[in-house]
Write a protein of this length. Structure first.
Length: 217
């Protein structure tokens, strides 16, 4: 899952990003409204966490622009105001959800994950293939009943491959969905991660490399 945090308070933005990354998400940051729109044009985000009071371009205008563009990204709007009027205003702009500050971090994660589920075809709460199972909400993967010690990126790749239901997932899509803006698209980072994941999954091997296309389980 890839998330864009749009927040001009840099310390808060970094704190939110750190927490979401620990929960296995790929997170990018933007610190003003104009930067947010640039990033949203370049990357296909599952969820955009959007502060309302932004410099250069107000969060309301960012939300309006994102709504006009269409796309599949869901918007969770943050604001220091918790009045009913502000919530109605935020949702009327096209936001998909609204969370007043201060907020409980567990609630933020739950809302981000709930919105992300709406950007993709419905998947079961437990993804399985043979003796492999992944519970995305708990970040738990098992094979043959034994829990696997996977890094966040390995978990994200495994989840994406299982969710594809046997379809091929390109390296480009894996990079777009599981890595953030710091990833170099010209490196072999996806190939290395898939290789490590194969080793941890053990035998018999289940991840197939499809030449010139990508990977599938």
């Amino acid at each position: 899952m890839r998330v864009l945090i749009v927040e001009d308070h840099r310390e808060l933005a970094e704190t939110i990003a750190t927490g979401l990354r620990r929960d296995g998400m790929a997170v990018d940051l933007a610190f003003d409204g104009e930067e947010a729109l640039r990033e949203a044009t370049v990357h296909d985000y599952d969820v955009i966490v959007l502060d309302r009071d932004l410099p250069r371009l107000h969060g309301d205008e960012v939300c309006r622009a994102l709504t006009r563009q269409g796309g599949r990204s869901r918007v969770l709007m943050l604001t220091a105001s918790s009045t009913i009027e502000d919530r109605v205003d935020g949702l009327s702009l096209g936001a998909d959800d609204y969370l007043p500050k201060p907020f409980a971090f567990a609630e933020l994660i739950a809302r981000v994950r709930a919105l992300a589920r709406r950007t993709q075809p419905a998947v079961p709460p437990v993804l399985t293939h043979g003796d492999i199972s992944v519970i995305p909400a708990q970040r738990v993967a098992r094979r043959g009943g034994q829990q696997l010690d996977l890094s966040p990126k390995e978990m994200a790749v495994l989840e994406l491959l299982l969710a594809a239901g046997g379809a091929v997932v390109s390296a480009e899509e894996l990079l777009e969905r599981a890595w953030d803006q710091a990833a170099d698209p010209f490196t072999n980072t996806v190939k290395v991660t898939v290789s490590r994941l194969r080793r941890k999954l053990g035998d018999p091997p289940v991840i197939e490399t499809v030449p010139h296309a990508g990977y599938r389980i």
